[in-house]
Design a protein around this ligand. Structure first.
Ligand SMILES: Nc1ncnc2c1ncn2[C@@H]1O[C@H](COP(=O)(O)OP(=O)(O)OP(=O)(O)O)[C@@H](O)[C@H]1O
Ligand SMILES: [Mg+2]
Length: 384
């Protein structure tokens, strides 16, 4: 504003911006005292207008600068409230246009003298206004981006809260279903109705599966809101991995896979959470088994100088580079077609990453389509 007004030969200038189909005054600059004033987006059509509206609009309509040697003497503006109260003498308007888009206008005036805005001065102001329009456009863009980000953050928070509440609400009745199904199963066995056992077993199995998914959603909300809590204890990595392998093996076998364990007894200890480590190992073994058929899944663990490295490798379907790039984001899956054959919510890897990072470690994935996938977890060792 200072540059424009001082170079135009004006005494004071007002920045008007397009807003809701009209114009509002954003800022004013006075050369005397070099004073900036925020005008709080006062509409050009307000009862006490910030600039001579008909004069400004005339310039905007033509898209070209407009100047008057003595605005107070021009008959056509005599009834304008601004002109009547301020009696402006020299006045000029320069539209702010960025790539054909009307962003607003600069209004300058000089009440000390008539004919202050010569053709040369107006041309000079027009050139500066070209630069000013770019600056205004950038400033507006940043303001929009800020507002959009704030809106997205608040929507995300609402989503997290909803998911956390929902998971909790779903869990309570589901636990009741599971409990009663077990009771009925026992009662059926006692009553000699063995024929029901298989069906009741399916109810329990499906319920537990659902409980697992709900647990994953809850974990995701904790990770996204940075509220995942992990214990900070000495964990025997080899013991935890053997346990996970035992749990995962039946499902792996069912798809004709062989599980190879290369877990050095001296895999080392980490300072972390045994439960969560088991959860990570299970999720990775689940993926390896799910995306591999009649292949080999290898679970490796070895101590490094100040870390423990855990690797889950498979000879399965693998994935493309493009999929790999986003695979740790929530809900991302290689196959999103309605005919997809693999189950899952797309949360496993996201949760693994959250847990590993919470324990001060990292997780990386390497894969080749059709050849297999290797996931490497590295967790800081608990040094003796
Ligand atoms: N070992 C793997 N081999 C091939 N693709 C994999 C492997 N692990 C993960 N993927 C791909 O990454 C996607 C995301 O995996 P992630 O474990 O996060 O979710 P999911 O297994 O689909 O569902 P969930 O783990 O929630 O049950 C999978 O859907 C699959 O496309
Ligand atoms: Mg998974």
């Amino acid at each position: 504003m200072a540059v424009v007004v001082e170079n135009s030969g004006g005494e004071r200038g007002t920045l008007l911006l397009a807003h809701d189909g009209g114009l509002v005054a954003r800022r004013r600059y006075e050369v005397r005292g070099q004073r900036h004033e925020a005008l709080g987006d006062l509409p050009l059509t307000a009862p006490n207008p910030p600039a001579p509206a008909p004069f400004v609009l005339l310039a905007l309509r033509s898209g070209r600068p407009l100047s008057s040697d003595d605005l107070s003497q021009e008959q056509r503006f005599a009834r304008d409230p601004y002109v009547r109260t301020r009696n402006p003498r020299s006045a000029a308007v320069v539209p702010l246009v960025y790539r054909g888009e009307a962003l607003g206008a600069l209004y300058v005036e000089n009440n000390l003298t008539t004919a202050a805005f010569t053709t040369a001065r107006v041309e000079m102001t027009r050139l500066i206004a070209l630069q000013a329009a770019i600056a205004v456009k950038h400033a507006l863009f940043l303001a929009h981006a800020d507002a959009a980000r704030a809106a997205a953050e608040s929507a995300n928070l609402a989503k997290s809260r909803f998911l956390a509440n929902m998971s909790h609400e779903l869990r309570t009745p589901l636990n009741a279903i599971l409990g009663y199904a077990e009771l009925v199963r026992e009662a059926a066995a006692d009553a000699g109705a063995a024929g029901l056992d298989e069906d009741l077993g399916r109810i329990v199995q499906s319920g537990e599966h659902l409980l697992g998914i709900i647990g994953d959603v809850l974990d995701l909300t904790k990770i996204e809101s940075d509220q995942l809590e992990v214990a900070h204890e000495r964990v025997d990595v080899a013991a935890v991995l053997h346990e996970a392998a035992m749990i995962a093996e039946p499902a792996l076998r069912a798809r004709g896979n062989r599980l190879i364990l290369a877990i050095s007894a001296e895999s080392g200890r980490i300072l972390g959470d045994a439960q969560r480590l088991r959860q990570v190992a299970l999720a990775l073994l689940d993926n390896a088994g799910k995306f591999t058929e009649a292949g080999v899944v290898t679970l490796r663990a070895l101590p490094l100088a100040d870390a423990v490295e855990i690797v889950v490798e498979d000879t399965g379907v693998g994935m493309t580079e493009a999929v790999q790039a986003e695979i740790f984001a929530p809900f991302v899956q290689a196959d999103t077609s309605p005919t997809r054959i693999y189950g899952g919510a797309g949360l496993g890897l996201t949760i693994c990453k959250g847990i590993c990072e919470r324990m001060g470690g990292t997780i990386t994935l390497r894969s080749r389509l059709g050849a297999g996938t290797t996931v490497t977890v590295r967790l800081p060792a608990a040094l003796p």
